[in-house]
Design a protein around this ligand. Structure first.
Ligand code: VAH
Length: 311
């Protein structure tokens, strides 16, 4: 069995579907603190689980004896800044609870997502390398960097097969994003179709690394399927798709909606977060170790987002 903890979020919703397609509906157990708002195409087992409740989490491990666990429950960057202590508690203790239970129940593989938020103002901005100065200044970024160190620690000390990716901003049409700094790049599509205009909370020239969800899900499963001998990084892999600014994204949208208007709001706290993050990422280790290759460029992503949202 495969457990997906945080199955209702932006990533979990699509990952559960992809895993159920590959492993069969009954073999993938979706776990969240809320029931999914809508029926997923691939219905399967669901459990109410709060990853901070170690007793319930232990019961779930005991009940399913999972071979793989994906831990996706987290607070993202913008929401994290509104509630720093909760973000630290959930992002850190959720991870430690899962790592400990994975050892006890001999889970074969654990997946935990990190983020480009592990980088900070003194990290190189362009083509940010795997190994460089990392001084995250959001609680989200601090918790992701600390989490990466714990993942590597459990691998080195206890031989736990933990794998991780530093996601860029993920663009998807199926499930809503949950309080991140990159969310503008999703809202813009919804508003472009609904109103023909959008007010971006990030400035025209803020360039951030992004990726289409379909690529991200495929990459995640490819990493998990790769032979352990090919995984040279046990903290978390740099992972890249496309980079763009709100301005560049708007011109791509205008190829489909010629009158689309983009304006900007000022003094949004998310701007400061975005300013501390890289503009583009060097993911050569992922390419070399497990043959990662993205397939969605800006044009293909924009076309697919608009076509699906229109439906
Ligand atoms: C956030 N989408 O904005 C997340 C992400 C690249 C950043 O981890 O908080």
């Amino acid at each position: 069995k495969i457990l997906v903890l945080g199955s209702n979020g932006q990533i979990g919703t699509e990952l559960v579907n992809a895993l159920r397609n590959g492993y069969g509906n009954d073999n993938v157990v979706a776990c969240d603190i809320r029931r999914p708002d809508y029926e997923t195409k691939n219905a399967g087992p669901f459990e109410f689980v709060n990853v901070l409740d170690k007793d319930i989490l232990k019961d779930i491990f005991n009940k399913y004896k999972p071979t793989q666990v994906y831990l996706l429950a987290a607070l993202l960057s913008a929401t994290g800044e509104q509630n720093p202590k909760l973000a630290w508690d959930l992002n850190m203790n959720g991870l430690l609870n899962v790592l400990d239970l994975a050892l006890i129940y001999k889970t074969a593989k654990v997946y935990w997502p990190s983020s480009i938020a592990v980088f900070g103002p003194n990290s190189p901005k362009n083509n940010t390398p795997q190994y460089c100065t990392m001084d995250p200044n959001t609680v989200y970024g601090i918790s992701k960097l600390a989490g990466e160190r714990w993942c590597e620690y459990y691998f080195q000390k206890y031989n736990l097969d933990v794998r991780s990716i530093r996601y860029p901003g993920l663009i998807s049409w199926k499930a809503a994003p949950g309080g991140g700094t990159t969310d503008y790049a999703i809202h813009i599509f919804h508003e472009a179709l609904k109103k023909g205009s959008y007010a971006s909370f990030l400035s025209a020239t803020t360039e951030l690394p992004m990726m289409y969800m379909e690529d991200a899900i495929r990459g995640t499963i490819e990493l998990m399927d790769a032979p352990a001998s090919q995984i040279s990084i046990r903290s978390s892999y740099n992972f890249a798709g496309v980079s763009f600014t709100p301005e560049v994204l708007a011109s791509e949208i205008r190829k489909h909606i010629p009158d689309f208007k983009l304006s900007y709001t000022e003094n949004d706290p998310r701007q400061e977060i975005a300013n501390s993050w890289p503009s583009s990422i060097d993911d050569s280790y992922a390419k070399k170790d497990w043959l990662w290759e993205p397939t969605f460029d800006l044009a293909k992503m924009t076309e697919d987002m608009l076509a699906n949202l229109k439906k």
